[in-house]
Structure formats: structure tokens, C-alpha cells
Design a protein around this ligand. Structure first.
Ligand SMILES: C[S@@+](CC[C@H](N)C(=O)[O-])C[C@H]1O[C@@H](n2cnc3c(N)ncnc32)[C@H](O)[C@@H]1O
Length: 323
């Protein structure tokens, strides 16, 4: 049950929390995990033995950096635009190579977290002061609109690492890719890392690590709502619950209320009732195979130009061009 409110939303966060917690079944997007604490937790997740994604993609980029550089490089220079860059852990392999070889490029990391962008810019300025970096804070879809109107004919390479697109359902992913394709011209590239279907045990443990860091990451959403929207979620009364469906390749994370409870969100003038074992869906982490990626790219008007996998075939980075 909800108490209706007339408040105008001041931020997208307020609006999405309000709408997500007053709908059935309840849901809040994983993009709101990433405040300062969430950013730190995700950096810890990337170091976990269970979270194979980072190590696999690191191996791919490190192994194939020569070929990747050849694909990206352009006499007149190129603009590297990274959507959801995070701390750039894997991108830095390429940045280092480009910088040391004096390659003509600019780097535009885009992220919803200003904190992460500040850290990334400081790290790059410190290590490679010669790199021209222009971070931009915003959500993917908003930023893509601006990219479509850019007034340069330099080659553009868009990067989406870490299987970020896996946070979208297939229809949302097609929409996202169509929006990317609309910004691309002939010669531009999309370089995108996608986590592959694999042993369900491996997938599930990536979202249910033994140290409880992923649990803390998931529950950070409730802490963030408490802090920014003045609410009284008791995170001990919610259970972190990841699941994986090997048929659809969809991993999902939930927060499950362990009892009947009422939560007040002062800034939204809202009271939310939870019945025992009711869930909030917080994250989707879609897994792919070549057939699905082929289908997605066709739907979006893209074509696969090259692909690279790690030695265990757990993760693949695909290079797309306009079809
Ligand atoms: C799972 S992390 C991956 C970071 C990086 N791509 C990597 O592979 O290490 C996702 C990143 O995307 C950002 N992000 C998530 N949803 C976003 C959105 N809708 N728009 C822009 N950035 C987003 C987060 O702030 C976070 O830094």
C-alpha cells in the first residue's frame, strides 16, 4: 500500500525510487547502486575470486591489445567514448599503450557516478598527463543523444566493457544498441564486452560471494535511499537473493523482506508496506552466446567485425561496425 503524494520529483533517483517501490512487483534499477560507497564496493567485487568477469576481460584486452590498437587507430586520430567506464581498470591497458605509442586520440569516459569519473580523471592525469580526457556525467541514453549531434568527422570508437549491457533486458538492449548505431558513421566502431552462458554454479557464485561483498553492494541501494531520501530501511530485515536461469541466461538479484514491515521515505512523503517474503528486484545480469549476440546486432543494424574470448571462453569482447 502506498500513501499518494503530490511532490514534484527533484531528481531521476527520487522519481525511479518512487515509481519502483509503488509498483508491483517492486523494483529499483541497479544503476542506483553507484554512490561513493557503491563504487568502492564494486571495486572490491572486481577483486573477488568468484567475480570472474573482470579477470577474463582483463586477459582478453591484454592479450589482444596489439590487434585492438590496429582496429582503433586512424591517421587523423579517433575519439574513444566509454559508456559506464567505472574506474577504467581494463581500459587503462589500452590507454597506456596508446599513450606510450603517441597515438592521436581523445578519451571521453561517461558514467552516472561523478565520484568514479573524478577518480578516473585524477588517476589518468597523474599517470598519463598527455592523454586528453573529457569525462561526462550522465546516464547512457541521455549522453547518446548528444553524441548523435557531434560536430566532428573524426573516427569514433564506443566502448562498453564489463558486460554493462547485461543490466538491460533484451528489448532494452536492442533499444540501447539502436541508439548507439544512430550515433555511428561508416568507419566508427563499437567495442563491447559480453559475459557468456556457462556453468550455472560459476554464474551464481559471481553474485553470491563468500565474503558477502555482493550482498553489501545490493543492500547499499537501501542505505543510499536512507541517506539521500531520509528513509528508515533496516537492511538486516532484507535478504540478498541472487538467482540464475540457464534457459534464458538471466541472472537476477533481489532484496527479500524477511517479515511484514513498513518503511517511511520522508523526502518522497511515502510509506511502503512489505509483506513477509516480498521482493525488490534490483539487478539483471544477462548472459549471452554468439547466437544471441548475432541476433541483437542484426536487430540494431550492426555487424560483428571481430571477437575475442578468454582462454576458458567465459567472456567475449565483440567489435561491431554499422551493417
Ligand atoms: C558493473 S560497473 C562496470 C564498470 C566498467 N565498465 C568495467 O568494466 O569495469 C558499471 C558502471 O556503469 C555505470 N552505470 C551503470 N548504469 C549506468 C547508466 N544507466 N548510465 C551511465 N552509467 C551507468 C556505473 O556507475 C558503473 O561505474
Amino acid at each position: 500500500m502506498k500513501t499518494e503524494q503530490q511532490t514534484q520529483f527533484k531528481t531521476a533517483f527520487e522519481q525511479e525510487v518512487y515509481e519502483g517501490l509503488t509498483t508491483f512487483p517492486k523494483k529499483v534499477s541497479s544503476k542506483w547502486f553507484y554512490d561513493k560507497k557503491g563504487d568502492k564496493l564494486f571495486q572490491q567485487i572486481m577483486e573477488l575470486p568468484e567475480y570472474y568477469l573482470t579477470g577474463c576481460e582483463y586477459e582478453i584486452i591484454d592479450t589482444h591489445k596489439q590487434e585492438i590498437t590496429k582496429l582503433f587507430q586512424e591517421q587523423a586520430g579517433f575519439d574513444l567514448i566509454e559508456l559506464g567506464a567505472g574506474d577504467g581498470k581494463k581500459t587503462k591497458i589500452l590507454l597506456e599503450k596508446f599513450a606510450s605509442e603517441g597515438i592521436n586520440f581523445t578519451y571521453k569516459p561517461i558514467d552516472i557516478s561523478q565520484n568514479m569519473l573524478d577518480e578516473l580523471k585524477n588517476a589518468i592525469n597523474h599517470k598519463w598527463p598527455q592523454i586528453d580526457i573529457k569525462p561526462e556525467q550522465g546516464s547512457y541514453f541521455d549522453v547518446l543523444k548528444d553524441l548523435g549531434n557531434r560536430d566532428t568527422d573524426r573516427k569514433m570508437v564506443i566502448m562498453v566493457l564489463g558486460s554493462n549491457i547485461g543490466n538491460l533486458t533484451h528489448p532494452q538492449a536492442v533499444d540501447f544498441l539502436v541508439n548507439i548505431r544512430k550515433t555511428m558513421r561508416s568507419g566508427d566502431l563499437l567495442f563491447m564486452g559480453l559475459d557468456q552462458k556457462k556453468n550455472p554454479e560459476l554464474v551464481l557464485s559471481a553474485y553470491n560471494d563468500s565474503q558477502g561483498i555482493t550482498e553489501a553492494f545490493n543492500k547499499n541501494l537501501l542505505h543510499r535511499i536512507n541517506e539521500e531520501l531520509e528513509s528508515d530501511f533496516d537492511t538486516n530485515q532484507f535478504k540478498h537473493w541472487p538467482v540464475y536461469d540457464p534457459e534464458t541466461g538471466t541472472a537476477k538479484s533481489f532484496l527479500v523482506s524477511t517479515q511484514d514491515q513498513k518503511v517511511t521515505i520522508k523526502k518522497l512523503n511515502l510509506e511502503i508496506n512489505f509483506t513477509a517474503w516480498e521482493s525488490i528486484h534490483t539487478e539483471i545480469s544477462q548472459k549471452y552466446d554468439d547466437n544471441i549476440v548475432e541476433w541483437l546486432s542484426k536487430e540494431a543494424g550492426l555487424e560483428i567485425l571481430a571477437q575475442y574470448s578468454d582462454k576458458h571462453n567465459r567472456f567475449t569482447d565483440y567489435v561491431f561496425k554499422v551493417r
